[in-house]
Design a protein around this ligand. Structure first.
Ligand SMILES: Nc1ncnc2c1ncn2[C@@H]1O[C@H](COP(=O)(O)OP(=O)(O)OP(=O)(O)O)[C@@H](O)[C@H]1O
Ligand SMILES: [Mg+2]
Length: 417
């Protein structure tokens, strides 16, 4: 069945309610995992998932969700995210939805239609079809050589103008990924990267701020996805290396991706969700829960100190890789947010979303840390963050942006303290 191509999605009908789920594996094969049927239910919808026998009996099987969709025969119900539950991680957010909806007639009307409208650029290894057989892998990346053209097309789209067909072809890779920022998937130096572009409304160098924050995170001992800065004409672009694709073309998926939103089975609109809850999920499922929980604590402290207030549940993730099992993924989408309210997006401790070190310490035991080692870990991060301004300057971030970012960073980091 043709999938993923321009115009192909336009032939889908809005009545689709069942979708077959597949896993694309690292050896270029794919397996039928099962099916999901969406059942309308009093203004909302339930998803009913059933695994294929060939999947549950396969030696390569993994559960789509370790709590909600255990690997056995029978029917399982998904109640969040319009009945898609964790499958919704394979669909885009604001940015991709806007482009997909504009290029389809009629636009996707329900969860299955959205799954079918996505391409092989989607995060993780799942793929979807209307019949039990899956089509060939669609072209799911562009070239780093085209960044300038893509940036110009994005500026046009943001102004509400149509993009020319060639540009549309170039930026298609990336629309199935989540997030609100314009992005495309490109290959560069033998890896796949997510290219994140400036927005028309950006008031400071967001791309440079993200690149420097990710490298600063690595300096603080955090396993952060690798980044590079690129110029595309007058535009700054940050490249973030994909951790869910193997190196070298054709860049096979390396495992199954579960956002923390999916792991905790919450809706995007939910006010629930916290770092300790993610730690609890890791405690129960991670193949190295001590390491992963401590790493999560480090990321929480880092986010509090640099003022990354946009640390919502889709900005944390867990992946299942063959031979490894479930592990926290590298950190992504980490940057100071000087214009957001000074509260974290999710709770850090007993005082909710209050961004303070004291609050981080209130539940450190749930990250497997006694108070003394937790304090020592925080001290190390604080010491490495004190020179953040110099680090940002040396990373090519302009002085005006650095001044703007200052109010996001914790006063604890001021040289005087
Ligand atoms: N390095 C990566 N490797 C694989 N997948 C990634 C990587 N970085 C991000 N993703 C996936 O792409 C999605 C969008 O990326 P990201 O969060 O960086 O975009 P954004 O537009 O800045 O998001 P937001 O709306 O949270 O600001 C993530 O939610 C995640 O599913
Ligand atoms: Mg994000």
């Amino acid at each position: 069945m043709p999938r993923n191509g321009r115009g192909v999605v336009a032939t889908m009908t809005s009545t689709t309610s069942r979708v077959f789920i597949h896993a694309r594996l690292a050896d270029a094969t794919s397996r039928l995992v099962g099916a999901c049927e969406i059942v309308p239910m009093m203004g909302s919808a339930l998803g009913v998932v059933e695994y294929a026998r060939s999947w549950t009996e396969s030696g390569r099987a993994f559960p789509l969700h370790p709590d909600l969709l255990p690997l056995r025969r029978g029917q399982f119900t998904l109640r969040t995210r319009g009945g898609l539950g964790c499958l919704a991680d394979s669909t885009p957010d604001l940015w991709g939805r806007r482009i997909i909806a504009a290029s389809m007639n009629p636009p996707p009307a329900d969860g299955p239609a959205w799954l079918l409208a996505t391409g092989d650029d989607r995060v993780g290894c799942l793929a979807f079809s209307k019949t039990p057989s899956l089509g060939a892998v669609g072209e799911s990346f562009g070239s780093v050589m085209n960044l300038e053209r893509i940036a110009e097309a994005f500026q046009r789209i943001e102004r509400g103008e149509p993009a020319d067909p060639l540009s549309e072809h170039l930026y298609r890779a990336g629309i199935s990924l989540g997030g609100v920022r314009p992005k495309a998937v490109v290959d560069y130096e033998g890896h796949l990267w997510i290219a994140k572009f400036q927005r028309r409304t950006d008031e400071f160098d967001q791309c440079g701020a993200e690149d420097a924050a990710m490298r600063l995170a690595a300096r603080c001992g955090i396993d952060a996805a690798e980044t590079r800065m690129c110029k595309a004409g007058s535009h700054r672009v940050v490249l973030v290396r994909r951790f869910d694709r193997s190196p070298g073309p054709p860049y096979h998926p390396t495992g199954h991706f579960l956002s923390a939103l999916s792991a905790l089975d919450l809706d995007e609109t939910s006010g629930d969700g916290s770092y300790p809850q993610i730690a609890d999920f890791l405690h129960r499922h991670s193949a190295a829960h001590r390491v992963d929980r401590e790493e999560l604590f480090r990321r929480m402290v880092f986010n509090v100190l640099i003022g990354n207030r946009d640390d919502h549940l889709k900005n944390h993730a867990i992946m299942h890789r063959p031979g490894t099992g479930w592990r926290l993924t590298p950190a992504f989408d980490v940057l100071p947010q000087p214009d957001m309210d000074p509260v974290q997006a999710i709770s850090v401790g007993k005082h909710g979303t209050t961004p303070s070190i004291a609050n981080c310490l209130t539940r450190c035991g749930e990250f497997g840390l006694h108070e003394d080692p937790a304090r020592a870990l925080i001290e190390t991060i604080v010491a490495r963050l004190r020179g953040w301004r110099t680090f940002y300057g040396e990373s090519g971030v302009d002085g005006r942006t650095i001044d703007r970012l200052r109010r996001a960073f914790s006063p604890t980091l001021d040289p005087a303290n």
